[in-house]
Design a protein around this ligand. Structure first.
Ligand SMILES: [Zn+2]
Length: 246
């Protein structure tokens, strides 16, 4: 039985001479492997469809293994994004996080919708600080979805909401003055406040506070996210090493 699904191509690999296997984050089925015949030939109408970052409808034969597709229709090619090396670093970082942390065939409507909103801003904005902040926001939302989101409303040890003094990566959230471990790096109040705001804001609110977040805070937030994924999920991405390059 065929069905039409909507999705974003996260990754492609060549298959035999002219075909490809796509890893697609779909609205209907979550992560999905799709075999698409003829897509490796630039004359094929499926060629543009089978490029990473393409947002498209796919007519597929759905199976619980590898699904197959013979046609589709591009919704948004995200052409600027595809051609911008700096933006690519952030996009492929997010894609890699999805590929490494989500199960196949599990739909996540909210995360799918967040990914599309994020890609749309990346496509249309040249504000690198905004792109960095939205990347961190997406990472935070993914952590909560995976059940390992940081506690940023009270001390993770005693529940105190006053006297918050640091973010402790190994303990998984805020700690108060009584529970600060001396050897750990101390993050500034602006960084802690930004984490709290990112936790309590929706996407549109994050867009409106983006210009309040300064460079030093962004550097701290980047470090916290990278270390948090490493400590709690034991994973990182290939893109991480490019984050600090100019
Ligand atoms: Zn405490």
């Amino acid at each position: 039985m065929t069905e039409i699904i909507e999705g974003v191509v996260l990754k492609t690999s060549d298959y035999q001479e002219h075909s490809k296997i796509l890893q697609v984050f779909s609205k209907e089925h979550g992560l999905l492997g799709i075999y698409i015949r003829g897509a490796n030939n630039y004359k094929s109408p499926n060629f543009a469809l089978a490029q990473p970052i393409s947002h498209a409808f796919f007519t597929i034969r759905y199976t619980d293994g590898l699904s197959s597709s013979f046609k589709g229709e591009i919704i948004n090619p995200f052409q600027n994004l595809k051609l911008d090396f700096t933006k690519n670093i952030y996009v492929y970082h997010l894609f890699e996080l999805l590929l490494k942390n989500l199960e196949q065939h599990e739909a996540h409507f909210d995360l799918y919708s967040l990914l599309l909103k994020t890609l749309n801003v990346f496509e249309n904005s040249n504000d690198l600080n905004l792109i960095k902040l939205l990347t961190i926001y997406f990472e935070l939302q993914l952590l909560y979805l995976l059940g390992v989101g940081p506690v940023v409303s009270h001390c993770v040890v005693c529940g105190d909401t006053m006297n918050i003094a640091n973010f402790d990566i190994s303990r998984g959230g805020f700690v108060c003055l009584n529970h600060v471990d001396k050897p750990h790096k101390r993050y500034g109040i602006a960084t802690l406040e930004s984490l709290f705001k990112l936790h309590t804001s929706n996407f549109e609110q994050v867009l409106s506070i983006a210009n309040e977040v300064n460079n030093d805070v962004l550097i701290d937030l980047r470090e916290i996210m990278t270390n948090f994924y490493m400590y709690h999920l034991n994973m990182t991405t290939n893109a991480v090493k490019y984050f600090n390059k100019p």
